[in-house]
Design a protein around this ligand. Structure first.
Ligand SMILES: Nc1ncnc2c1ncn2[C@@H]1O[C@H](COP(=O)(O)OP(=O)(O)OP(=O)(O)O)[C@@H](O)[C@H]1O
Length: 319
């Protein structure tokens, strides 16, 4: 059984960690979250990926019970979000949370940990967040990246079953990013559920079991990085057009789309062998190049469609 299959099985026995059913949240005319159905099993690490304004922060706000859905329902561990949050089962790292001034890092983390029923040792939270050396420093005198790591320590302090991280690496330098992901993975390996939002495709691919792509408030894809690449067309086949009409290329086997630039056609294809054979039969293989579609290509393909085509999500694995 796949890891996801096992996790779905676990959910059957233990219920969902996160469950959205037709959730909607509007701001005036803007449907920031527009009918989201999402189920996350205990122990899964899920990336919420989307462009600016896609609805990631609003989804996280609904999940944490910061806002009520206008329609539909959101539950954490089978109960309203507030109940799970109050019970200390959820730790969150939000984008705009400002640590209180004039206290030290150690004091702040100790205070927050004390609000939880079964916190982790403060030293452990500081160590996981990579700020053991900053315990005695005032939080209002830290750099942006250091504050970000304090927020991570605060999210971890209660040893929560569900860790929710809104763009957790936004202010971090390369080294801090690596350290952050190492810690996050170590936490997830202990059976905790993690949901993080990001703009970075590589981070989602490298650090999540599953990637959920949001676009204009809707889920347009849900699967592993590999699933997403396949869903968007597995390979790119490039050829020199040499005066050939690019429209006819769209009809070749496997081809999903054709982009033309500087006299070259780039064919996104599900079946590059069949596409290349058909091109060869047409005598159209000048400058032939076959490359796997990157996750970037897939992401752009999945989020480039007009609003009317976004009503159905690509559920990439049978449930
Ligand atoms: N308080 C608000 N009032 C009005 N509109 C809002 C509000 N918060 C969010 N929106 C709108 O809802 C949509 C979704 O915003 P949201 O912040 O959830 O997106 P996001 O994916 O987190 O974006 P980013 O990656 O830029 O942080 C956007 O169109 C945004 O302008």
């Amino acid at each position: 059984m796949t890891q996801r299959g096992q996790q779905r099985g676990q959910r059957g026995q233990r219920g969902s960690a996160v469950s959205f059913t037709g959730a909607v949240r509007t701001y005036g005319a803007v449907r920031a979250v527009d009918g989201v159905d999402l189920d996350i099993a205990p122990g899964e690490t899920v990336a919420l990926l989307g462009r600016n304004g896609a609805g990631k922060s609003t989804t996280i706000g609904l999940l944490l019970g910061l806002y009520e859905p206008d329609a539909g329902a959101v539950e954490l561990f089978g109960a309203p979000p507030e109940r799970s949050v109050r019970a200390g089962r959820v730790g969150a790292m939000l984008q705009d949370a400002r640590p209180v001034p004039r206290v030290t890092v150690g004091e702040l983390v100790t205070f927050v940990a004390s609000r939880y029923p079964a916190p982790m040792p403060v030293a452990r939270a500081l160590e996981l967040a990579g700020i053991a050396g900053l315990a005695g420093r005032r939080v209002d005198r830290l750099s942006g990246g250091q504050v970000q790591r304090v927020r991570f320590a605060l999210a971890l302090a209660g040893d929560p079953a569900l860790l929710v991280l809104d763009e957790p690496t936004a202010a971090l330098d390369v080294e801090a990013r690596h350290a952050f992901w190492d810690s996050m993975r170590a936490y997830a390996r202990r059976g905790h559920t993690v949901l993080f939002s990001t703009h970075y495709l590589e981070e989602a691919d490298a650090h999540a079991d599953r990637i959920v792509i949001l676009d204009r408030g809707r889920i347009v894809a849900d699967g592993t990085g590999e699933d997403l690449r396949r869903a968007a067309g597995g390979n790119l086949v490039g050829i020199d057009l040499a005066g050939r009409d690019p429209d006819s290329l769209a009809l070749l086997p496997g081809v999903r789309s054709v982009d033309v630039q500087d006299g070259r056609a780039l064919l996104r294809t599900d079946d590059s062998d069949a596409t290349v054979i058909a091109l060869a039969e047409l005598g159209a293989i000048r400058g032939l190049e076959v490359t796997p579609a990157s996750l970037d290509d897939s992401f752009l393909a999945l989020t480039a469609a007009g609003p009317e085509t976004l009503t159905e999500s690509h559920d990439l694995e049978p449930r």
